[in-house]
Design a protein around this ligand. Structure first.
Ligand code: FAD
Ligand code: NAG
Length: 485
């Protein structure tokens, strides 16, 4: 795949990162000491164990430490759930007891585990994961015997867990995530781990194994012409079924193209990106599969205001409840969608928090300036710490995945009205009809993996799947007189 937006993997210091035209992101230098990396995109290997090819590759390349490689680490079953916070603060500056948070986490994640059981059911009680969770929670609430204040606090904590789940699914609301296929997403065992130098360590190793200069960067493709017979001067006498036309006018003839652009890009551009247009079933699958936004907001502090062993600061907005439908209120309340802050391991004297925010509020955040975001989050932190004098962060850096023209969102989910079959439909190579013509356009990328969508290992496996498909066809060619090539 080609990194057209330049928004790829990680921002690493100390050099200010170049930002490509139109990416609208990473404009601001974020000075980190050498070796310090923050990831605006993927950060963890989810489920680092034998069944995870990203883990396998990282291990082969020697990029993981002893702890990450240990059997013990590989055997941890998290169920894909986020660990408990180190502290939980409310919007009025109170600390929530971690027992109460743990109680709500176990209720919430117990219900999430139940949702997976509808995979093979013939019917679901409600269409979405969100509605199912709310239905179950409203039943539970009737049995709560605490005082009014505690009951309200419990709902507010649950509201934060809904927002965490929106980040994981990359969606505005869990009401948009289909219940029946939710269990098809597969969580691998292993305690999520990271690359000390960022995911780029892995992509650098992969690239080093390729011949020099085969990768072209910053060359956006405008249109993929297919079902044709294209003759280009560089290959006299040969006709190609596919012609890749780039925005700068370059034309690359090809026998086959593996398309790995994000689903968000396809949703917006499919009509002009393919000529002739995609068959109706594929166009429909692109419309139906969900693709939303999850963003990160990094804040750099002069001094940490958190305890040295603090890993995750959860934020709970008082008087919120998952059972109350509120219209997203943007200007004054977008930041209430923020789930809290991850504490990044300190590098040298640099102290960084990473906030996560999903959905329409996240997309609204992208329209604000860095200064506005910094100001709003400073106010949030002053509220939740109860310290009106808390020094403002030194700098802010955030992802803007929805505005990024070559991404248009974060990752895919199975939306209400779609199923895993739509993922397979998206992955189907073209043309589908005529077995005498060769395969022309193949599809890979996270959104084409039925059980590992939204992850780097899903993306990697999908690329290998399509590479193997082509290798298989070329093998056939050498053995048979009339190959489907
Ligand atoms: C905030 C965030 C956090 C994440 N965290 C994790 C995590 O911790 N662990 C994990 O496993 N996954 C994580 N993911 C998901 C992971 O990043 C994706 O699943 C994975 O990168 C998808 O790979 P891909 O190759 O399908 O698509 P991408 O990585 O999006 O690559 C597609 C490429 O196509 C290029 N492109 C688009 N249009 C064109 C065009 N017209 N011409 C040429 N090139 C084009 C894009 O610029 C891009 O480089 C995260 C994602 C986000 C957004
Ligand atoms: C591909 O070309 C053939 C022959 O010209 C035509 O019959 C067919 O409809 C084309 N397919 C698409 C998807 O345009």
């Amino acid at each position: 795949s080609q990194e057209a937006s330049g928004q790829g993997k990680a921002a690493s210091g100390p050099a200010p990162r170049r930002s490509s035209p139109g990416s609208g992101d990473l404009q601001m230098a974020f000075p980190l000491p050498p070796g310090g990396v923050v990831e605006v995109g993927a950060h963890w290997i989810h489920g680092p164990s034998q069944g995870n090819p990203v883990f396998q590759l990282a291990a082969e390349y020697g990029l993981l430490g002893e702890k990450e490689l240990s059997k013990e680490n590989q055997l941890v079953e998290t169920g894909g759930h986020v660990g408990l916070p180190s502290v939980c603060c409310t919007s009025s500056g109170a600390r929530v007891s971690l027992e109460l948070v743990a109680e709500m986490a176990s209720l919430f994640y117990g219900l999430i585990d139940q949702t997976r059981e509808f995979l093979h059911a013939t019917e679901t009680p409600v269409p979405s994961v969100g509605e199912y969770l709310k239905k179950e929670i409203s039943q539970q609430v009737t049995g709560w015997t605490e005082n009014e204040e505690t009951r309200k606090l419990k709902l507010a904590i649950l509201n934060t867990f809904f927002h965490v789940e929106c980040c994981l699914s990359g969606t505005h609301s869990m009401d948009l995530v289909a219940l029946a296929p939710f269990g098809e997403y597969t969580v691998l065992p292993g305690l999520d781990c990271t690359f000390s130098g960022g995911y780029q360590e892995l992509t650098n190793c992969i690239m080093a194994s390729l011949p020099k200069d085969v990768m072209i960067f910053n060359m956006p493709v405008k249109t993929i012409h297919w079902n044709g017979s294209f003759r280009e001067g560089t290959f006299p006498g040969e006709a190609f079924p596919v012609l890749v036309e780039c925005e700068d006018g370059s034309r690359l003839p090809a026998h086959h193209v593996i398309v790995t652009v994000p689903l968000g890009f396809l949703k917006e551009q499919q009509n002009t990106f393919f000529d002739p247009p995609l068959p109706a079933e594929k166009a429909e699958a692109i419309r139906k599969i969900g693709f939303g936004t999850n963003n990160k907001i990094f804040l750099e502090f002069e001094e940490p205001f958190w305890e040295p062993d603090c890993q995750l600061i959860q934020v709970v907005w008082e008087d919120t409840s998952p059972l109350q439908d509120t219209a997203p209120s943007m200007q004054d309340a977008w930041f209430k969608k923020l789930i809290g802050f991850l504490v990044l391991p300190p590098f040298g004297s640099v102290h960084v928090l990473c906030g996560f925010i999903a959905g329409l509020e996240s997309e609204f955040m992208e329209t604000l300036s860095d200064e506005e975001v910094l100001l709003s989050l400073t106010q949030v932190l002053r509220r939740v710490t109860g310290n009106p004098q808390l020094p403002a962060p030194k700098s802010v850096l955030r992802s803007c995945w929805h505005s990024a023209p070559f991404t248009r969102g974060s990752y895919s989910y199975v939306a209400v009205g779609s199923t895993g079959d739509d993922i397979d439909q998206l992955a189907q190579p073209l043309p589908v009809d005529d077995s005498s013509t060769q395969l022309q356009i193949l599809f890979a990328g996270e959104a084409t993996h039925r059980t590992f969508y939204s992850t780097t290992h899903g993306a990697l496996l999908s690329g290998w799947r399509e590479a193997d498909r082509l290798i298989g066809l070329w093998d056939l060619q050498s053995q048979q007189p009339r190959p489907r090539l």
